[in-house]
Design a binder for this molecule. Structure first.
Ligand code: SF4
Ligand code: SF4
Length: 245
């Protein structure tokens, strides 16, 4: 923890210039996007999530995430709080196929689903530890990985307190959620948001009062994951249970 706290004091790498921002082709003339004009975030309403896993599945397809059940950019966990005080957490294959009713535990006081992904931390430990600046924070707040620079050293994977990163088995570079950067630069929503049948996920501008995300934050009791770490997540949860880790 001391190492983490020290790392948070190091100035963060912020890129926003078109030549550096990836993972998409800035030379594509059809894209007119300036990261300085945006500040992105996501809202997740726990009460609306039904654990269908369409978000996880859509993400795998959209981002060509390896099919093996160790690699996810987003996943959904099921929490089952039991009468004896224990909490069972499961996440079969990232929930890409949803959850089976028969795997529900007896004696459950309450049960709910928690979609997870990279929190695009305002103070991202993964960025601080990258020795070559391959992991960086874009001017719009999105934390990205430049695969051309990534050494595959795994420092960022170890530093992320949310387990949001993995090493791609083929490219041997670090991977994680990008908020579907290739889509948002075109004005589209991330694939998980588009796929969600209950609007449990909301994507949008953090600093624009008229945006749905801004309204979501105003209208709900908001929590973030592991707030004590001072990472300042930009994924905001409504109705977050105190049992969620
Ligand atoms: S959640 Fe993990 S990978 Fe994402 S920005 Fe924070 S530390 Fe980095
Ligand atoms: S698609 Fe929506 S409702 Fe289904 S698991 Fe994902 S967040 Fe929950």
């Amino acid at each position: 923890m001391a190492g983490l706290a020290a790392s948070l004091l190091v100035p963060k790498v912020v890129r926003g210039e078109k030549s550096a921002a990836k993972p998409f082709d800035w030379a594509d003339d059809s894209i007119h996007y300036d990261p300085h004009d945006h500040k992105w975030g996501m809202g997740v309403d726990i009460n609306k999530c039904i654990g269908c896993g369409r978000c996880s599945n859509a993400c795998k397809i959209e981002n060509d995430v390896p099919k093996e059940p160790f690699f996810f950019r987003t996943w959904v966990e099921r929490y089952q709080v039991q009468e004896n005080g224990e909490t069972i957490i499961d996440c079969p294959n990232g929930a890409v196929d949803g959850f089976k009713k028969e795997t529900e535990s007896d004696d459950v006081l309450r049960s709910f689903f928690v979609p997870k992904l990279c929190n695009h931390c305002e103070n991202p430990p993964c960025v601080q530890v990258c020795p070559v600046g391959a992991t960086y924070q874009s001017a719009d707040g999105v934390v990205l990985v430049d695969a051309d620079y990534c050494l595959g050293c795994r420092y960022c994977i170890q530093a992320c307190p949310y387990g949001a990163r993995f090493l791609h088995p083929v490219t041997r570079t670090a991977e994680k959620c990008t908020f579907c950067y290739h889509r948002i630069v075109r004005g589209e929503e991330p694939a998980c948001v588009e796929a969600c049948p209950t609007q449990a996920r909301i994507f949008g501008e953090l600093d624009q009062k008229a945006s749905p995300l801004h309204r979501f934050k105003r209208m709900n009791r908001i929590g973030v994951l592991k707030p004590a770490l001072n990472t300042e997540p930009k994924v905001f949860y409504a109705n977050l249970d105190m049992e969620v880790k």
